[in-house]
Design a protein around this ligand. Sequence first.
Ligand SMILES: NC(=O)c1ccc[n+]([C@@H]2O[C@H](COP(=O)([O-])OP(=O)(O)OC[C@H]3O[C@@H](n4cnc5c(N)ncnc54)[C@H](OP(=O)(O)O)[C@@H]3O)[C@@H](O)[C@H]2O)c1
Length: 258
Amino acid sequence: MDAIILGDGGFGRAIAQALIERGEPDPRILGRPAAGRHRPAVLAGADAVFDASRGDAVPSNVAAALAAGCKRLVIGTTAWDEARPAVEDAVRDHGAAAVVASNFSLGVALFGRLVDRAVELFGPLDAFDPYLVEWHRRTKADRPSGTARELSRRILAGHPRKRRISDATRDGGPEPDELDVAVLRAGASPGMHLVGFDAPGESVELRLTARDRSAYALGALAAADWLLRQPRAPGFHSFEEVVDDVLLGDRQPISIAS
Ligand SMILES: NC(=O)c1ccc[n+]([C@@H]2O[C@H](COP(=O)([O-])OP(=O)(O)OC[C@H]3O[C@@H](n4cnc5c(N)ncnc54)[C@H](OP(=O)(O)O)[C@@H]3O)[C@@H](O)[C@H]2O)c1
């Protein structure tokens, strides 16, 4: 796979490392462009473009990749929700396909399904109050994390009493219809997410801890493999589609385990 990685931080470097470890040609890894945006000519010829940059850079990064003729994108960058409809239209209009996910770890994808099931089980029980805690390194740009926002969305979608996330700036406890989401920024943690259900006499917690960024990188590669394997419909695809293929034993195995 001839890959270009936009973003020279921890995630971008982890994707490069994963590509090299499985014997792919050395990927091109590009950081913030001095001119403010990448020149399409620099991005031409890639089988896949990975975006692992910053939320505010995604629209122009994707525009440059599309202008360069790239038809397969893997977008892992978070915090560009407002721009998402316009970026999705641009991808579709160019006949390109992108796998877009705030978290490319297979463990997180399955964790989301466990959370759905836990909400189904605990939601009808008034005694169990759900909560979410996430912890990332001190320098992480966005808060809450994209994964925490996705997990919150899933909890709110399935829970009979929770309607919104609590306002972290307000004194006092959350309202009964609010989901409390605690964000911790300290040290070097590559990512910890915990979903709990607390009752007067006991609590139940589901916790997922990333040890490093390798799981994210391997999932991003699996997404690129999935795009390359056969033509996909123009527009955005979720990592769930890739995971379903992995779990259901898509025609050819995807090397998602290290
Ligand atoms: N989907 C997933 O599984 C997953 C996993 C891990 C991280 N992430 C997300 O991926 C993104 C990157 O994570 P990270 O931990 O690597 O962050 P990071 O350490 O902050 O690295 C991001 C890098 O991208 C650079 N950059 C800024 N604009 C750019 C542009 N237009 N083109 C190329 N590079 C540009 C930044 O440079 P400057 O410092 O000069 O701005 C920085 O060096 C974040 O949004 C993070 O939340 C997603």
